[in-house]
Structure formats: structure tokens, C-alpha cells
Design a protein around this ligand. Structure first.
Ligand code: ATP
Ligand code: MG
Length: 574
């Protein structure tokens, strides 16, 4: 490709509304342009990267035995009514009517459409296992589109769906996808973790998210510093270090705590650490009343875990102040578990506290020296807190110092064992080897293609721009001639090298615009082509071309005559 013909839409200034580095650089390098909130043009340079990622995804999906097809973006309401999601799916589902007043939606995902194919085409276990995928445009009317294509409304996804006759088959299909995802993200050059996205409550892990580790990530994930354990913070199991409760040393006492309404202020007023204060939260119970959830003052409630308790109403709802007064006899800042006439559930760590402080259920009063079993009944216990950095690894990998770290992650992929969720409601069944009709077992597997492009930039950039890994770069090599229009030999050598590299299969850009070297290098650094060849009169006299990798400051001289072979070797050795 000739730079003079390429739509190089680079920007010098960082656009003010772009918060994270990938969004800024995608705009500055001329990869994307906004059309409306969460809706973008992919300019030629952006599309080149997207196509490279798609190619990696395709190759690995095909290698794992999956087949590509293409399903439409527009889907009829009837299919969604059958699965029940026409009602269940929130406002993210973009619904509309056609001219005949028939209901349609823009597909945010394709379980219904693909299940409809399979229930019609598949009759026998002999046709299974089957894995169908497509790479296609999705629409989700996200409440807060942001960070460019990272969280867009219209974006490109690879979604695959597996179909098996039984659970063993589903697990095997899932495992294949899990492995393929590892290969895909590695080939994209990404540092990633497969994160357990299932509580394990129904036995085994039935879902994993693939996260790219980056400061700008929207998800918090807990990872073990020693083993492969990684889980979304919402689900990570909290392990309590204390195995036994310390013996009580103090008498129960009521103390005045005027105007002290928070754990922090009570702790500093009484000159104790927040870990000695029990925090009491009143939430709606499943029977419409209230439940008290008790946490250690330095811990935070994990709503996802709490909602899973049978006593607690889902979605989690905090009791309003006037009802708190009715239930506890005081304002929110003075509630405590003693003498409460409702169900009390203590987090495992809170249940290990002794001689602790809690609200006295009287305004501006707290109790000190409180002990479970002695001053109030033993509570029901459960894991309801968010894990924190330094918590022991729940996998008990046994390695010394195996503690959790909290990292930020960008979810680039998701694999999920659906089981019969869609095949049952939509009647997708087939005959098994006994001639019996069985409901087909399904799995679904997504990768956000456009989000992957952004995630790569989050991991590969410096102050001058993007540094593309080879496999996903818009161009692998760029030829930067110095004074091409003035020097015949520069022009000749550049054109010859350009042709040779193209013939050898390199994806090559030649900067034939006759820009000043400083301007040209700055622009090439911004768009991040990994391998740069500078061709100038001085080098030609010595039979050499200057080579520099975008990620290194080292300049090498390569022989003009052997340029193809030398470049191949350099590339392979990186
Ligand atoms: P998130 O929690 O980030 O909203 P999700 O759980 O809704 O993601 P899935 O339904 O599992 O995502 O979709 C599969 C993949 O599609 C995700 O792993 C992600 O990479 C990508 N994706 C989802 N929503 C968006 C979006 N709004 N913009 C870009 N990519 C997205
Ligand atoms: Mg989402």
C-alpha cells in the first residue's frame, strides 16, 4: 500500500473526550471516527487491524472444528418470544417495527437464531457435535457507551454456539473452545487470564471470562499470586484466615458515640481499628421483611453473593431510613445485631470477631466488648463480602504466600455452558443412539473483536503511539524513503524493496508522500507499524538499509541485497 493513497487520518492533538489510551490512540492514528454515541466508522487503518484479528479468530475456530456461517443482524420478535427473552431482556435490546407493524430487534447475540437453525436441520446424534460461529455486527443499546469501541453500541463480535447430545459432549466442546481462546489471545500478543465467572455453587465451572490485564479495565478480578486461580471479584470466594474466635476478654458495655454514624468515625472516636467494628446492613428479606447482614468494618458487602442467599430478596434492596427506625428503633448509623428481632446473617469473617463494637440500636450509642454466643445468639454465617488483596487463595493451592491480588481486567471473551436453557424453551432436540429424543446441550462462546483491538493498544503503546504486535499490525513493514522525489537511487531502491517484500508476502506500506523525515517518523510511530526500513542515499552507497523496530531504540543496518531474508529472520526471532 502506498501512503500517498491511504486515508491516513492522523490527529496531532489528543481528543478531549477520549478518556483511555486506546480510545485516544485509535482516534489519533485514524483508525476510528465517531458517528453517534457508541457508533463508529472503522477507517481503513482500523479495519485492517480488525481483519487481522478476525483472521486469527477464524483460523483457530476452524482448527478447533467449528464452522463459519453468517446470521442476520435483524431478528424477528417471535424467536425471542419463544425463548422468553423478548420480555426478559432489558432496554439494551433495540426493538423496532417494520412497515407491517411486525416486531423485530437488532441482534445483541444470536442464541435464538442459531437454535432455530439447529432445531430444523439436526435430527440425529450422528450430526453432532456441531459448532457454528459467525463474525458479525452486534447492537446493544448500552446505557453508558464509552471508551470508543471498548464499550460501543454497535460492535463486531465472534459468537460461536456448540451443540451436543449430552453433558459429556458439551464439556468436551467447551474445553475445545477454552483452548482455542487461549491460542487466539496469545496470537494477538495479549497478556490475559481465564477468569472463573461462576460461583461453583452448581458444581464445577460452567463459565469463564477471558480478561486482558490493564489499568483501564472495567472489571476487578482477583488473581492468586502463585497459582492459576482467577475470579471476578463479584464471585471470588472469601477465605477467612481465623479458624477460631479469640476468647472474650471484655465485658459488654454501652458507650455514648455522639454524632458518630459511620464505621470509620466510630472507630476513630473509640480509637480502635475499623476491623474491630461490626457493620450492620438492613436489606429486604425474601418474605418482604428485613434481614440484618453483618460485616467486619473493614470489609465490603458483595451484593452478588448476598442475593444468592435464600433469606435475601433479589435484587438486593436496602431498607429505607423510616423502616429502619421501625425495625431497629434507631437511625441507620446506630444499628447493631443485638436484640434485633429479625434474621441475622454474619459474614464468615464477622462471625470470627470477638470483643467487637456495634450499634446499640439507640441513636448515638454503641456497644463495646460484644461477643457472639455470650451477648447475642450465634449468627447464621455465610460468605457475603468482597475479597480484598491479601486474602488467602481459595483454591488453597498450598503454595507459601498464596494470596489474592486485585487486578483490573478488560473482558475480551466469554465461554459459557448453556446446557438446555434455549434448546428446551425452543424445542431443539434430536434422537440419541437409543432412538430416544433428547434435548440438545448447548454452549456459547463470544469474543469482542473490536474490543480486542482496543485491548491490544492498552497493552502495546508508548508516549509516541501504538506498537502493534506482528500478527495484528495494520502493516507489518513500512518503507520510509528519505528524499524519494529528489534522489533517483532512493526512489529506485525503495520501489525495488517494496516490490520484493510484497512478492515475499509481507504486508508492506511505502511512505511515498515526500514528507520531512521528522514528520514522517512521528506519524509512523503513531500508527505503530512494527518494522521500519529507512532508505537514504548514504545507506545506499554502503549497500545498507536502516532497520528499527517500533518497540526498540536500536537501529541496525541491513544489507540491501538480502533484505527479504534478513527481515524474515528478524521477524521470526522476535
Ligand atoms: P460486558 O460485561 O463487558 O458488558 P457481556 O458480558 O455483556 O460484556 P457477552 O454478552 O459475553 O458480554 O459478549 C461477548 C463479548 O463481546 C464480550 O466478552 C466482549 O468482549 C464483547 N462485548 C460485549 N459488549 C460489548 C460492547 N458494548 N462493546 C464492545 N464489545 C462488547
Ligand atoms: Mg454487557
Amino acid at each position: 500500500m502506498r501512503a500517498s493513497r491511504l486515508l491516513l487520518a492522523t490527529l496531532k492533538e489528543t481528543p478531549a473526550d477520549a478518556e483511555i489510551v486506546s480510545h485516544q490512540l485509535m482516534l489519533r492514528a485514524g483508525m476510528i471516527r465517531k458517528v453517534a454515541a457508541g457508533i463508529y466508522n472503522l477507517l481503513p487503518l482500523g479495519l485492517r487491524v480488525v481483519r487481522k484479528i478476525e483472521q486469527i479468530v477464524r483460523e483457530e475456530m476452524n482448527r478447533s472444528g467449528a464452522q463459519e456461517l453468517l446470521m442476520p443482524a435483524v431478528q424477528p420478535a417471535e424467536l425471542w418470544q419463544e425463548s422468553g427473552r423478548w420480555v426478559e431482556y432489558g432496554p439494551e435490546l433495540q426493538r423496532f417495527k417494520d412497515r407491517h407493524q411486525r416486531d423485530f430487534c437488532l441482534g445483541p447475540t444470536h442464541e435464538e437464531v442459531v437454535t432455530n437453525i439447529v432445531r430444523t436441520e439436526i435430527k440425529s446424534y450422528r450430526q453432532l457435535p456441531l459448532n457454528l460461529y459467525h463474525i458479525q455486527t452486534k447492537f446493544r443499546d448500552e446505557i453508558r457507551p464509552r471508551f470508543g469501541v471498548m464499550r460501543a453500541r454497535e460492535f463486531i463480535m465472534k459468537d460461536a454456539y456448540s451443540f451436543d447430545v449430552d453433558l459429556d459432549g458439551l464439556q468436551a466442546s467447551y474445553e475445545k473452545m477454552y483452548q482455542a481462546y487461549g491460542r487466539i489471545f496469545s496470537r494477538c500478543g495479549l497478556e490475559f487470564r481465564a477468569v472463573s465467572a461462576d460461583s461453583g455453587a452448581i458444581g464445577g465451572s460452567t463459565s469463564h471470562e477471558f480478561h486482558v490485564l490493564a489499568e483501564s479495565g472495567e472489571d476487578a478480578i482477583a488473581v492468586c499470586c502463585q497459582c492459576a486461580y482467577a475470579a471476578n471479584v463479584e464471585l471470588a470466594v472469601a477465605v477467612t484466615t481465623d479458624s477460631e474466635r479469640p476468647t472474650p476478654l471484655h465485658e459488654l458495655q454501652a458507650v455514648d458515640t455522639p454524632e458518630q454514624h459511620t464505621v470509620g468515625s466510630v472507630a476513630s472516636f473509640l480509637k480502635i481499628p475499623t476491623s474491630k467494628v461490626a457493620k450492620t446492613l438492613l436489606v429486604r428479606s425474601s418474605d418482604g421483611g428485613a434481614v440484618a447482614l453483618i460485616l467486619r468494618g473493614d470489609h465490603e458487602l458483595n451484593a452478588v453473593k448476598a442475593e444468592k442467599l435464600p433469606e435475601v430478596a433479589k435484587p438486593l434492596e436496602f431498607i429505607q431510613p423510616d423502616e429502619v427506625t421501625r425495625v431497629a428503633g434507631c437511625d441507620v448509623g446506630s444499628i447493631g445485631p443485638r436484640d434485633l428481632d429479625i434474621c441475622v446473617i454474619a459474614d464468615n469473617a464477622a462471625a470470627m470477631m470477638s470483643d467487637f463494637v456495634c450499634g446499640a440500636n439507640t441513636n448515638n450509642r454503641h456497644l463495646t466488648g460484644v461477643n457472639w454466643g455470650r451477648d447475642l445468639s450465634e449468627p447464621r454465617t455465610a460468605d457475603i463480602r468482597k475479597v480484598v488483596a491479601g486474602d488467602p487463595c481459595p483454591e488453597s493451592c498450598g503454595k507459601a504466600g498464596a494470596v489474592l491480588e486485585i487486578k483490573r481486567g478488560i473482558e475480551v471473551g466469554h465461554v459459557f455452558q448453556l446446557g438446555t436453557k434455549y434448546s428446551e424453551s425452543m424445542n431443539a432436540s434430536c434422537l440419541d443412539d437409543q432412538g430416544e429424543s433428547v434435548t440438545i446441550q448447548m454452549g456459547c462462546y463470544g469474543i469482542g473483536i473490536t474490543r480486542v483491538a482496543a485491548a491490544i493498544i492498552e497493552q502495546y503503546h508508548d508516549e509516541n503511539g501504538i506498537i502493534w504486535p506482528d500478527g495484528v499490525a495494520p502493516f507489518e513493514v513500512v518503507i520510509a524513503p528519505i528524499g524519494m522525489k529528489k534522489s533517483e537511487s532512493v526512489n529506485d531502491v525503495s520501489e525495488r524493496v517494496y516490490t520484493k517484500l510484497q512478492d515475499a508476502g509481507f504486508d508492506v506500506l511505502i511512505d511515498d508522500r515526500n514528507e520531512r523525515p521528522g514528520v514522517m517518523f512521528a506519524e509512523l510511530d503513531l500508527i505503530g507499524v512494527p518494522h521500519r526500513l529507512v532508505i537514504g542515499d548514504r545507506g545506499i552507497k554502503n549497500g545498507v538499509i536502516e532497520y528499527k523496530h517500533r518497540g526498540s531504540s536500536e537501529v541496525q543496518e541491513l544489507p540491501v541485497d538480502d533484505i527479504v531474508e534478513t527481515l524474515k529472520t528478524l521477524k521470526d526471532n522476535r
